[in-house]
Design a protein around this ligand. Structure first.
Ligand code: PA5
Length: 503
């Protein structure tokens, strides 16, 4: 067990909250008159553009009350039925419930079923295509980008430990990318003759009627039937969808002859963008060899922290409160998730969706933006430093790299002038960039916070994603909008179906 799995350490000073896997330092977003400052101008700017501790304090009771209300609704089906709809609190306790089930019924539980199907697909096929859009795709993408080798698809089969190559589709209506994918997957002799030439399909759609995903499935299925004997084609497909009531995709799966074990449920009380810890995220993750128990353990531990920790030391509650104050009290509409690893770009896109669809309602809500550092210091960086004072920047930093730190080393003749730092490693350069950037922003009263992960693994990602989902729900309540549902997205879907004469 790694050190971050042990119990929380000693209490932190105000402005720092830590759980077993995530540390959040928000001192550079709080106005503190005693803090050394480069000039009176900066003090004056900070007093206008940073949150004050008393502002956070005034939210304490409201936060405690909201947590209690959510607990009540999450635990009682009567309360859920009476709440404004949709009331999809199911994601909150689901990770703990799945782990409990697995402990109580070690041979027969959802996780065992998922692992079993994943193992069969891995044996049958060397590639998988995951079809889905929005919440039915971004969670799986965030996990795989963060936790697989950056060049997973290019690795030889042994280097990938026979874990299939992975592609995402059904997330747009792009003729040419779909044609490129079909050309890539096409078996050389027409029929797939070996594992190496076979591709598995995972179709994820809660409603089962999303046109992008349904159209991609229809097209791919036609090819699957050409490339494999009928019975094998059906064995290469898994479906994740709503089963109670049965979605249209469920009916399609049955009509195509998929066995019951190939259909995984998306609970009706978990919304798409909150579904990463349902089979929508767990099935792709398991096929790709990720440790889904650790993922759920991280999420369940974060939920426990959320229920049990006092408001002032509660990460989801304080993250929600600070964001709310920046948006609603200080009038800063932009929220930047600035990820200091290319592997976290998918996480940023997932959070963009979470905030946009949960809070962008009733003509209000912050605008989320993902920045990937240090890449975007050379694009968005200028605006962060000198543009409108309209944003809070949350850095996401991974403390320990997954591989040994790579040293800069020597260059004959020192023509690039880097000899003085020849002994430094890439993580040390990154740290200098992060700290240098934070300092530059602080010196001009540009607020930042740091979310620090000890390393990138299933446990810490489980914690972080659950934390972001919980805090988004709380933020919705503070803002007075229902964080669940996305009525605005339905408008384009209706128009599209009407234009296509589908209804
Ligand atoms: O968060 C949401 O609910 C949406 O983004 C959905 O996930 C997205 O629209 C896809 O829907 P479905 O899973 O029904 O195909």
């Amino acid at each position: 067990m790694s050190p971050h799995h042990q119990d929380s350490p000693e209490p932190r000073p105000f402005g720092v909250i830590s759980t077993k896997g995530v540390l959040w330092d928000f001192r550079q977003a709080i106005f503190d008159e005693g803090r050394p400052s480069p000039s009176p101008r900066v003090v004056e700017l900070r007093s206008r553009h940073y949150v004050r501790k008393p502002q956070l304090d005034t939210l304490r009771e409201r936060l405690a009350e909201l947590r209690q209300q959510i607990e009540h609704k999450a635990l009682s089906s009567e309360a859920r039925a009476l709440a404004p709809q949709p009331a999809d609190h199911g994601f909150i306790n689901l990770p703990a419930q799945l782990l409990e089930q697995a402990e109580r019924h070690p041979r027969d539980n959802l996780l065992v079923r998922i692992q079993h199907s994943a193992a069969i697909l891995r044996e049958l096929a060397d590639r998988i295509v995951i079809l889905g859009i929005g919440g039915s795709y971004l969670g799986a993408r965030a996990l795989t980008e963060a936790l697989l080798s950056t060049y997973h698809n290019e690795l030889a089969v042994e280097a990938r430990r026979s874990i299939p190559r992975c592609y995402f589709e059904g997330n747009g209506l792009d003729n040419d990318t779909l044609a490129d994918l079909l050309a890539l997957l096409q078996p050389p002799q027409g029929m797939a003759r070996s594992r190496q030439e076979r591709t598995a399909l995972v179709v994820v759609s809660k409603s089962g009627t999303t046109l992008e995903t349904a159209a991609a499935f229809r097209i791919l299925w036609r090819h699957w039937q050409q490339w494999h004997p009928r019975e094998l084609a059906a064995r290469l497909v898994l479906v994740v969808t709503e089963t109670q009531p049965r979605s249209r995709l469920y009916q399609v799966a049955q009509a195509l002859g998929l066995p019951q074990e190939a259909i995984f449920p998306m609970p009706d009380d978990v919304g798409g963008r909150f579904s990463v810890f349902t089979p929508a995220g767990l099935v792709p993750a398991a096929i790709l060899g990720l440790d889904i128990s650790q993922l759920l353990r991280g999420a369940a531990d974060m939920t426990r922290h959320f229920w049990e920790h006092p408001v002032e030391q509660n990460l989801p509650l304080q993250f929600a409160a600070l964001n709310h104050l920046f948006f609603a009290s200080l009038g800063k509409p932009i929220r930047v998730l600035s990820v200091w690893s290319k592997k976290l770009e998918g996480l940023g896109l997932w959070y963009d969706q979470l905030v946009s669809e949960s809070l962008g309602k009733n003509e209000t809500g912050p605008t989320p933006i993902t920045a990937v550092q240090t890449r975007d210091l050379h694009s968005r960086g200028q605006q962060h430093q000198e543009g409108a004072r309209d944003r809070i920047i949350h850095n996401v930093i991974v403390e320990r790299p997954g591989h040994s730190p790579i040293p800069l080393g020597q260059l004959d003749g020192n023509t690039d002038g880097l000899d003085p730092i020849a002994g430094k490693t890439v993580p040390e350069l990154l740290q200098a960039a992060w700290q240098g950037t934070n300092l530059a922003y602080a010196e001009d009263a540009r607020p930042t916070t740091d979310l620090v992960l000890p390393q990138l693994d299933e446990y810490t990602l489980g914690q972080l994603m659950q934390m972001l989902m919980l805090s988004t729900v709380i933020e919705g309540r503070l803002l007075g909008v229902n964080p669940y549902g996305q009525p605005g997205v339905e408008a384009y879907k209706r128009n599209m179906r009407w234009l296509l004469a589908l209804e």
